[in-house]
Design a protein around this ligand. Structure first.
Ligand SMILES: NC(=O)c1ccc[n+]([C@@H]2O[C@H](COP(=O)([O-])OP(=O)(O)OC[C@H]3O[C@@H](n4cnc5c(N)ncnc54)[C@H](OP(=O)(O)O)[C@@H]3O)[C@@H](O)[C@H]2O)c1
Length: 294
């Protein structure tokens, strides 16, 4: 394949963001240029049905990664969801990509990774440092919060009439997963020299959790209020909902830090990159409530 038709691989392609990236990539380049990397090929048959090649690889298995990356020009490393193990996993991916001669790694980091106070930023910053040290050209997609982090439980909020958090009146510049997917596609398909580029990606507009509650209440026509809790009480509530302790701690930390602006950005780099406004809160709430109803 000539460099004018780079082969583009998406890791984590079976995940929520990865699927959106693959679906959008094949609207921009021939499906034959796209490779989906998944842990289980059996659970990704619908991706193969789109015409993309599907390869098996596991971030914990360096040999599987090196084999999967053969012939790949541009790689989107979608960060793992295995909190606490991600630096080692991402390191395996970066090493394997280097050995395979990948010419660009785009990595889904976190907003303002280098200055962020979020506990979960540490693994992203460590991964960014591995990328810098690798010598492989890279682009950092520093993704802000997904609006779906909240709207995914919109129906629960309606059922209980409450949204819990520790964000006080902190403003959250979230965007939809599809917006971040479009940003990844823009970078992966760009003709520009991308090595070393850093994109601070966030929604065009921001909201407080009280505004989120108001929007869900308005659209569902049910009473929903935001209840702010001390961070330790919010963490305990998340554990009570079934979340593992480490994840609950990181989410409570993120909410508490949001009160001090850790999830805010007004640079508009995301809409500039994707060439359209980011998805509104009202649209994402409507989509979530419609999913519940269907
Ligand atoms: N910006 C935000 O608000 C936000 C929120 C949540 C998460 N994130 C981060 O963004 C990433 C993508 O988000 P998402 O919503 O698409 O998450 P997701 O649906 O949980 O997808 C995570 C993907 O990581 C893959 N993965 C996990 N461990 C792996 C391993 N050992 N080897 C290979 N692949 C592995 C999973 O593979 P399988 O399909 O095989 O399980 C899955 O495809 C998350 O993993 C997390 O790092 C960001």
């Amino acid at each position: 394949m000539s460099p004018s038709q780079p082969r583009i691989m998406v890791t984590g392609a079976n995940g929520q963001l990865g699927r959106l990236v693959v679906e959008r990539l094949i609207q921009r380049v021939p499906a034959s240029q796209v490779i989906a990397s998944v842990r289980s090929v059996d659970t990704a048959r619908d991706l193969a049905d789109l015409g993309v090649e599907v390869r098996a690889a596991d971030y914990d298995d360096p040999a599987s990664l090196e084999a999967a990356f053969a012939g790949v020009d541009r790689l989107l490393l979608i960060s793992s969801n295995a909190m606490g193990r991600r630096v080692s996993q991402h390191g395996h991916v970066i090493d394997a990509a280097k050995r395979a001669g990948v010419s660009l790694i785009a990595y889904t980091s976190v907003l303002h990774a280098d200055t962020s106070s979020l506990g979960l930023a540490a693994e992203h910053l460590a991964t960014e440092k591995l990328l810098q040290a690798s010598g492989v050209p890279f682009a950092l997609l520093r993704n802000g919060w997904y609006t779906e982090n909240y709207t995914g439980s919109a129906h629960v909020a309606v059922e209980h009439g409450v949204i819990l958090g520790s964000a006080k009146d902190g403003r959250i510049a979230a965007a939809a997963r599809a917006d971040y997917a479009d940003a990844a596609v823009a970078v992966l398909t760009s003709d520009d020299v991308l090595g070393g580029k850093i994109y601070e990606l966030a929604g065009d507009t921001s909201f407080t959790l009280a505004k989120l509650a108001d929007e869900i209440a308005k659209q569902s026509q049910q009473p929903v209020a935001y209840k702010d809790l001390p961070e330790d009480e919010f963490k305990a509530a998340l554990i009570g909902m079934g979340l593992p302790e480490e994840l609950a701690g990181l989410l409570a930390d993120s909410s508490a830090k949001a009160a001090r602006g850790a999830l805010f950005d007004d640079g508009h780099a995301l809409s500039a990159l994707i060439g359209r406004p980011t998805t509104t809160l009202s649209h994402t709430v409507a989509a979530a409530l419609a999913t519940k109803a269907s």
